[in-house]
Design a binder for this molecule. Structure first.
Ligand code: BTX
Length: 324
């Protein structure tokens, strides 16, 4: 509940200093027993809290969780992530976000889980989502965009994610068009953008982000070990997932506003700086054909422009890209 979150937020903000249970109880018209019960619940969730006589409760350590209190603790956005729907384990955050969007949740509502048992990528391919090792989240946003502008949100999100990785870990990741983030040539993040729209108006965009954060190599299923990587593998360090989420939300809110206001031009510039495809010889596998050529870059609409061997240029909406 909100009071419980508020209490946890106070404990965080006090940075180890005691928070008066009595004052908090008075402020919210609760009994001291109610506060005590919340504290017990926090302890069960893995928080270490000491009770200091006559002074209150002090937070000693917090567990490695992506719950709303840990996210709100660092959040600087105005809408994105202000409302968090947190789960221990779900099949996939994506359908939950779709239902929430349909039910009318506000712009920026975040669905996040510690584990997905049936996480998915494009075309319903499975997405490995090991418990507490990664970021498995779906963000519901309601930007003022036309349905035709929605697919480019994948590229907006990619830029936001790369920026956030850089801010939190110092690592420079690259973007592989359209929806992969790579480190050392291996996939560390996938983005799945889905749309709820009327013919002329976006009702909601669901941005699904799957990010490998604290996995070791053997946390991945065998078939992924040679193609997937995590931030832990790349840096040797354990990364604070909640901090990373807030950083992603911050950049994503900023860049979505930029996109709404100024169109794709400024995003395209940022995107090109991180892309690993321009100038390379690639094979693009689409649903009903496969073509080869040299990647020229992306168009003003976010299409990948491919120069074929006969010199002609094709714009591609979506494909799986193999860099040769
Ligand atoms: P994609 O279709 O581009 O990539 C899917 C492919 O990536 C799989 O076929 C597999 O080869 C590989 N793969 C699977 N799991 C991983 C992993 N953990 N790391 C690296 N490679 C992997 C990419 O789709 C979009 C993924 C979005 C996932 C988010 S998580 C939150 C939300 N909920 C949900 O079910 N999906 C999204």
């Amino acid at each position: 509940t909100n009071v419980k979150n508020e209490l946890l937020k106070r404990l965080f903000e006090a940075e180890g200093q005691p928070v008066s249970g009595q004052e908090f109880a008075d402020e919210y018209g609760l009994s001291r027993t109610a506060i005590w019960k919340y504290i017990k619940e926090f302890e069960e969730e893995g928080y270490e809290i000491t009770s200091i006589r006559k002074r209150g409760y002090a937070l000693i350590t917090s567990p490695d969780r992506v719950n709303s209190a840990n996210i709100l603790n660092h959040l600087e956005t105005s809408a994105y992530g202000r409302s968090v729907d947190y789960y221990e384990s779900v099949e996939s955050t994506q359908p939950i976000a779709h239902d929430a969007a349909q039910a009318g949740v506000p712009d920026g509502t975040l669905i996040v889980a510690e584990e997905q048992t049936a996480g998915r990528g494009r075309l319903y391919r499975p997405w490995s989502s090991t418990a507490r090792k990664g970021i498995w989240m779906s963000l519901v946003i309601r930007p003022t965009l036309t349905p035709q502008q929605a697919p480019q949100m994948t590229l907006v999100a990619a830029v936001a994610i790369v920026r956030a990785i850089e801010e939190v870990t110092g690592i420079e990741a690259t973007i592989k068009w359209p929806n992969d983030i790579l480190i050392n040539g291996k996939k560390m993040t996938g983005i799945l953008t889905e749309l709820q729209a009327d013919p002329d108006r976006v009702k909601a965009i669901i941005i699904g982000i799957g990010m490998n954060v604290n996995q070791e190599e053997d946390d991945f299923p065998d078939e992924l070990q040679s193609i997937a990587t995590s931030l832990k593998i790349a840096t040797g360090q354990h990364i604070d997932r909640a901090k990373l989420i807030t950083s992603i939300l911050g950049y994503l809110e900023q860049y979505t506003k930029m996109y709404e206001k100024h169109g794709f031009g400024p995003i395209k510039l940022l995107w090109e700086g991180y892309s690993n495809t321009a100038g390379k010889r690639i094979r693009a596998v689409m649903l009903n054909e496969t073509i080869e050529g040299t990647a020229l870059g992306i168009s003003d609409e976010g299409l990948l422009e491919l120069q074929l061997d006969d010199g002609s240029v094709r714009g591609i909406y979506s494909a799986d890209i193999q860099i040769q």
